[in-house]
Design a protein around this ligand. Structure first.
Ligand code: SF4
Ligand code: SF4
Length: 383
């Protein structure tokens, strides 16, 4: 298992994490077996948004003995209301259910205190101008949470939150199907196949792209939900592209977006955990999503780098995707962010090592003018 920095929090997380939502209504024995196999395979981060009391208690029991080795992502604003899950914005309920979370998980701190599911402007305003953000900041000050996060499916509100500098972590829905949707797509539409009928399909949506790049520039780590599009991307009949992606391809797509630290895969059996972690030993060919996406007219990214590295090998050993990623980030703002400069300077080979052989351009399925990009990167970064 590989581990990544969670933005600038100082926390390291496994690049594959466990989304626990499918463990609800499952027996303790099953929950224990899923969590044990996840740990045995190096998974170190768990997302638990569910408010149902029994699943919380069962997960708490299952992680006994592991607590100091795992990163818990718990949610502020997820409540058990009228015997069912619901979002709450009442501060007394937020406090009650977050304390309930810590009690049932048998812990006196939560690593990531995630403000839960903020998808509308009204909700965002209410949270960031009201008591909920203050509560999150108080929890952080008291050491009950280590960092503040926010979960969202809406790139506009997510971008607003990141730009405030108040959140350390963003949990966001990322997969190639969502990425092509316009920024104001209704959340309910994310799952409807008809949503894709009239989309102006031109690769990754501009605002979504800006969101990922801003997170990278501000060093805000992203934890990803919906990597597999709730399974729809794995079947050609349900995939909006009319072609199926494999689990490693879908995971690789999310992991190659800027700022992404971990993809949280929802599993309800030990076999599903093993399926997800197969990614770690998958070959470059097995992970390569570019061939699939470039083969569909519904995902047109001609001339735009997707950071897939299908263009390798390079005789100068340049990590072409990384160079292009840092170049795109540098072009986002007038002044190149220090973090981007630092990351670029740490590359083993940089754009100045390009000998313009053109091998990469023949291999790029998205027809990126790579030699020109290398020239540009050399000018922008001075090497
Ligand atoms: S240049 Fe082409 S092949 Fe290389 S990383 Fe970018 S999109 Fe992928
Ligand atoms: S053109 Fe430059 S970046 Fe592309 S393979 Fe050749 S040396 Fe590498």
């Amino acid at each position: 298992m590989k581990y990544r920095n969670l933005g600038n929090t100082g926390i390291e997380v496994s690049e594959i994490g466990l989304g626990c939502e499918h463990l609800e209504k499952k027996s303790y024995e099953l929950i224990k077996s899923v969590i044990d196999i996840a740990f045995e395979n190096g998974i170190s981060i768990l997302d638990i948004f569910m408010s149902e009391p029994e699943v919380r208690s069962n997960i708490g029991k299952a992680i006994k003995g592991y607590r100091d080795k795992i990163i818990l992502q718990g949610h502020i604003g997820s409540g058990w209301l009228d015997e069912q899950y619901g979002r709450t914005r009442k501060i007394d309920e937020c406090i009650f259910f977050f304390e309930d979370f810590m009690k049932r998980l048998d812990t006196d701190y939560v690593d990531i205190g995630m403000i839960h599911y903020v998808d509308t402007k009204e909700d965002y305003d209410n949270i960031f101008e009201g008591e909920i953000i203050q509560y999150a900041e108080r929890l952080k000050k008291e050491g009950k949470i280590r960092v503040i996060g926010m979960s969202s499916h809406n790139p506009i509100e997510a971008l607003r939150a990141v730009k405030t500098g108040l959140i350390d972590v963003l949990m966001f829905s990322i997969n190639p199907a969502y990425d092509i949707l316009s920024e104001d797509t209704d959340i309910d539409g994310l799952f409807a196949s008809k949503t894709y009928e009239n989309e102006n399909l031109n690769g990754i949506n501009k605002v979504r792209n800006e969101l990922y790049q801003t997170c990278e520039a501000m060093n805000v780590g992203i934890t990803v939900m919906k990597t597999l599009g709730a399974g729809t991307l794995l079947n050609e009949k349900t995939s909006p592209f009319g072609i199926a992606l494999t689990v490693p391809q879908a995971i690789h797509y999310s992991l190659t977006r800027p700022a992404v630290s971990s993809v949280l895969i929802g599993c309800n059996s030990p076999e599903q955990v093993l399926d997800a972690v197969k990614y770690e030993n998958a070959s470059d060919e097995e992970r390569d999503y570019s061939v699939i996406l470039s083969a569909t007219s519904k995902f047109s990214a001609k001339g735009r780098c997707m950071y897939c590295n299908h263009c390798l090998p390079c005789p100068s050993r340049i990590d072409i995707a990384q160079v292009n990623k840092y170049l795109d980030l540098a072009k986002l703002s007038e002044q190149i962010p220090e973090t981007v400069k630092q990351h670029y300077s740490l590359l083993n080979a940089t754009a100045q090592d390009c000998i313009a052989c053109g091998n990469c351009e023949k291999n790029c399925p998205f027809e990126v003018a790579i030699i020109d990009k290398m020239e540009e990167a050399k000018k922008v970064f001075g090497k």
